[in-house]
Write a protein that binds this ligand. Structure first.
Ligand code: ZN
Length: 198
């Protein structure tokens, strides 16, 4: 016997498909939403749709933003000749939280994974190469220290070193398989300061 009827089940399924949300949490959220006043639910669903429609890639670094250029790229005081390559927008946010990095970023939106069929055309690599046509002093590769992150780092370094641009990799103080966003700021800064030439 079904515990709940169609619409409730569907809401629980949709919420439960979100990352980090187990079935119990999805149930709790579903009933919470159903018990909210109608205008609150409308505001929530409108916010989701508006974010989905307005958020796009920054024209320079490909991070997610609702402006043409993200706040980092739009800031003339940042060093636009130093580019830190990260896997996703959350990694960018982790480095921004340290408040110590003065360069700009490039967000790949993924990492190379031959095993899962993710190749160079599936991440924002072409966009990075285009940026390197301009004036760039250093590319800091800050992909995760997972197999995919390391594969991506090696690939990028081989690709851009012949252009004579300095390529560095953040130190492996970052635990293997660790997501950058879960690492504390001190460890991130140490990894940045201890970066090595590739
Ligand atoms: Zn940007």
């Amino acid at each position: 016997m079904e515990l709940y009827t169609g619409d409730i089940n569907q809401l629980i399924d949709e919420l439960g498909a979100l990352p980090g949300i187990g079935h119990k949490s999805a149930e709790r959220m579903a009933f919470h939403i159903i018990n909210l006043p109608h205008d609150r639910v409308k505001r929530l669903s409108d916010t989701i749709i508006r974010a989905k429609e307005n958020v796009k890639y920054c024209k320079e670094c490909c991070t997610l933003t609702d402006a043409e250029y993200c706040p980092v790229c739009a800031n003339a005081r940042r060093n636009h000749r130093m580019i830190m390559v990260v896997e996703n927008t959350r990694d960018l946010a982790a480095y921004e939280k340290t408040g110590k990095y003065e360069g700009v970023y490039h967000v790949l939106h993924g990492a190379l994974s031959p095993m899962n069929g993710i190749g160079p055309a599936d991440i924002k690599l072409k966009e990075l190469l285009q940026r390197l046509q301009g004036e760039v002093d250093e590319v800091i590769i800050a992909t995760n220290s997972s197999l995919e992150g390391e594969t991506t780092a090696m690939y990028i370094s081989k690709l851009i070193k012949p252009a004579g641009i300095r390529v560095t990799r953040i130190a492996s103080g970052v635990p293997v398989g660790g997501d950058l966003e879960n690492i504390d700021e001190v460890t991130l800064l140490r990894a940045f300061e201890g970066r090595t030439e590739l």
